[in-house]
Design a protein around this ligand. Structure first.
Ligand code: ASP
Length: 438
């Protein structure tokens, strides 16, 4: 029988009611043998995630504030779950130990990691699954980077000893024994690592939305869900701001050829979105898979007669950006002009110096920086085959009376990136969606 690794996010484990839903989901499929849990998330929009509460406790100790009352609220989050589930389980010793550790200046990561640690202890008890502490199976190197080789080796050995287990997400251990976390949202990464080590047939990532949508629901009314998406399409869309899954979570499973299924704990019958390496089995009927957009870009436009004959011109311009620690997004160019698109935030405080250095190094005829650009990505593996897609995209935008300031089509034909004025971004997204979907 194959194995499915299932990860539940904080909103899926925020209270006893959600724990029950999670148990129903896990028990509904015997393949769901390894479960990765987040810390309790928000129960309503005004609520605070336990992870944020733990960070706050750590900061309070640092500022010599009394944490007694605040820590009691954290303890109550867990105790109320245990009570409501009618579990015969006492975690008061654990809570006391953690409180003391925080008071005695345990690390910030240690404090934050206890959110998933405690939640996983409770979930393991509730499911009658074993508990595997992430600190015995997830390893970081001295330089703070994740140690894939050691983790994979030791996690594999450990998993073989358990028929079914719960593993806390988000953290692992440094060579000196201290706890280290991944970046925020890192339980997604833990799930992916466990799926790789378990040679899982599927990594199910359960959250509070039914997968990815073709467009941002704040912009497009009721956008259609994406049934299947390739890792590469996902990278393109996530980069432009569509976020459901931690960016780094795709690598362990992608390398092992394991698909990820994004599912909704509150709507378990929905299929969600399948994230796959190749779409041979998951062919899309749609030409485009998704649309995403992001504001806050600037264009540096450089002109110089006979630029195209000057070997090394582009490299020298990019060297200047590199020297100022600025990465570039796109490089649309003409015969005698070169434009570099960068994030406006990266230019902050360095504008004058960047212009002066480019002037010195390549002696252009003119150079200027314009702000207020938004980038819009139209992504779809179906675009390679469908003739006239670009024409339809541009037509839709022009009919919406939006001026296009830049066009860049990736050579893989997986995406078309369009630069528009920031105030036109929403209009352009709606126009493209209407053209292709509705
Ligand atoms: N609890 C952690 C956070 O809030 C990690 C996670 O939920 O994935 O960032």
């Amino acid at each position: 029988m194959g194995i499915k690794v299932v990860k539940f996010g904080g909103s899926s484990l925020a209270d006893a009611e959600h724990f029950r839903r999670v148990a129903d989901i896990v028990k509904a499929d015997p393949k769901r043998r390894f479960v990765v849990a987040s810390a309790p998330g928000k129960r309503c929009s005004a609520d605070t995630k336990v992870t944020d509460m733990l960070y706050r406790c750590y900061d309070m100790v640092h500022n010599r504030e009394d944490i007694t009352e605040y820590y009691a609220q954290i303890a109550e989050r867990y105790n109320s779950i245990i009570r409501d589930l009618e579990l015969d389980f006492d975690i008061s010793g654990e809570l006391e130990y953690i409180r003391n550790a925080i008071l005695h200046h345990s690390g910030r990561d240690f404090a934050a990691s206890r959110g998933e640690y405690l939640n996983s202890l409770i979930l393991a008890k509730f499911l009658h699954y074993d508990f595997i502490d992430a600190e015995s199976v997830i390893f970081f190197r001295d330089n703070g980077l994740y140690d894939e080789e050691r983790t994979n080796r030791e996690m594999r050995m450990e998993l073989q000893k358990h028929e079914r287990a719960v593993i806390p997400g988000f953290y692992g251990v440094m060579p000196n024994g201290t706890i280290k976390t991944f970046s925020r949202g890192g339980s997604d990464i833990t799930g992916s690592i466990v799926a790789q080590a378990a040679d899982a047939e599927l990594y199910e990532n359960w959250t509070d939305v039914s997968g990815f949508l073709m467009a941002d629901p704040r912009i497009v009314d009721d956008p259609a869900p994406i049934q299947s998406i390739t890792y590469r399409e996902l990278r393109e869309l996530s980069y432009m701001g569509a976020s459901v899954l931690h960016e780094e979570a795709i690598f362990p499973v992608r390398n092992a050829g394991i698909p990820i299924n994004i599912r909704n704990t509150n709507e378990p019958t929905a299929d969600g979105t399948m994230i796959v390496a190749s779409t041979a089995e998951y062919d899309s009927k749609r030409i485009i898979t998704g649309i995403a957009g992001k504001k806050g870009f600037s264009v540096i436009t450089i002109e110089k007669d006979m630029m195209n004959a000057e070997i090394g011109f582009g490299r020298r311009v990019l060297d200047v950006l590199e020297d100022h620690d600025i990465s570039f997004e796109h490089l649309p160019s003409g015969v005698d002009t070169m434009s570099v698109i960068v994030s406006s935030a990266h230019l902050e405080g360095r504008r004058e110096r960047v212009i002066a250095t480019i002037n010195k190094r390549v002696r252009p005829d003119s150079i200027m920086i314009e702000d207020g650009l938004a980038l819009l990505a139209v992504v779809g593996r179906g675009m390679v085959k469908a003739k006239g897609t670009a024409a339809r995209v541009f037509n839709a935008i022009s009919k919406a009376d939006v001026n296009i300031r830049m066009i860049d089509q990736g050579s893989s034909e997986l995406n078309i990136i369009i630069g528009v004025e920031e105030h036109d971004l929403e209009k352009a997204q709606r126009a493209i969606y209407a053209e292709f979907v509705k």
